[in-house]
Design a protein around this ligand. Structure first.
Ligand SMILES: [Mg+2]
Length: 110
């Protein structure tokens, strides 16, 4: 089954729907966690720690997932549709940098 950014955001909203609104809106906390995870990512990149099999602990794969998690959580606190934002931003980047490839030129793998 395809995992999209939209589905990931919906999943996290559903997962934390019982969380009190003031906790869900804790954007600053999520932002600090994001920066913490970026630091962890820097360390595993420096050490070139890659995942072997399903052993994800202490790897680039783990820390990239952690970074993505907090990006999604921050987007959710603002009700931002990241797929839409990414699409709009890429359209601007295409014009700015003269790229001709469009997102919709890419086919899903399955
Ligand atoms: Mg981490």
């Amino acid at each position: 089954m395809n995992l999209t950014i939209r589905k990931m955001q919906k999943y996290l909203k559903e997962k934390y729907k019982r969380t009190k609104p003031e906790e869900m809106k804790n954007t600053q906390r999520y932002f600090l966690k994001l920066i913490e995870e970026v630091g962890e990512l820097a360390e595993v990149i420096r050490k070139d720690k890659r995942m072997e099999g399903k052993n994800i602990k202490g790897t680039i794969e783990e820390e990239l997932s952690d970074v993505l998690y907090y990006v999604l959580m921050i987007a959710n606190t603002y009700d931002i549709d990241l797929e839409e934002s990414f699409r709009i931003k890429e359209e601007l980047n295409s014009i700015r940098y003269g790229h001709t490839l469009k997102i919709d030129d890419i086919q899903d793998d399955d």
